[in-house]
Design a protein around this ligand. Structure first.
Ligand code: FES
Length: 183
């Protein structure tokens, strides 16, 4: 009976050692899973708290026109899309600018809203002045402000010239930013 008892004791010891190593394995696994879940939850929160949200996309320049397609001195309304970044929110929006090519590799881009009270103005190429002389100009329909092709105020209540967008020329392409440079 002596050897059988020994074997029995050995089996009990062996099985309890296996149980304790299994428990240790599951404990480690649960801790690992807990750490992984904590990391998944904490990473976005840390990014939110520590990383600065982008500013309003002021420096994002967008290609709006090929200058070789534009005539010099004749304002053209260009339609394009830009991405507005507001904190963590990015919105793609359709917008317009009035572009005036002033030389082969030079152009200005005006915001499409009147600097008086924000109406949308337009270009009248066939416009004449009071004496019947040709006077092409930008005209605002709301309170009759008028502007030259360079954006200067010719008449009406507008308090300043047309607002300009930041521009850059790369090759023949005109790039326009969303930042308005007030005159
Ligand atoms: S809003 Fe343009 S003239 Fe008043």
């Amino acid at each position: 009976m002596g050897p059988i008892r020994k074997v029995y004791h050995f089996m009990i010891r062996d099985s309890s050692a296996r149980n304790s190593s299994r428990r240790a394995f599951y404990r480690s696994l649960i801790q690992l899973l807990g750490a992984a879940i904590a990391a998944v939850v904490a990473a976005p929160a840390a990014a939110y708290l520590l990383l600065k949200p982008k500013a309003s996309g002021a420096d994002d320049l967008v290609e709006v026109a090929d200058l070789s397609d534009l005539p010099v001195g004749a304002p053209q309304e260009v339609v394009y899309y830009r991405t507005r970044v507001d904190g963590w929110k990015r919105t793609r929006e359709k917008t317009t600018a009035w572009v005036v090519k002033t030389a082969e590799k030079e152009a200005v881009a005006f915001s499409p809203t009147c600097p008086h009270l924000g109406c949308i103005y337009h270009w009248e190429a066939e416009r004449s002045d009071a004496e019947g002389k040709s006077a092409p100009s930008f005209v605002c329909p709301c309170h009759a402000s008028t502007f030259s092709s360079q954006g200067d105020v010719l008449g009406g209540p507008a308090p300043r010239p047309l607002d300009r967008y930041l521009t850059r020329i790369e090759g023949n392409m005109l790039l326009v930013g969303s930042k308005i440079e007030k005159s």
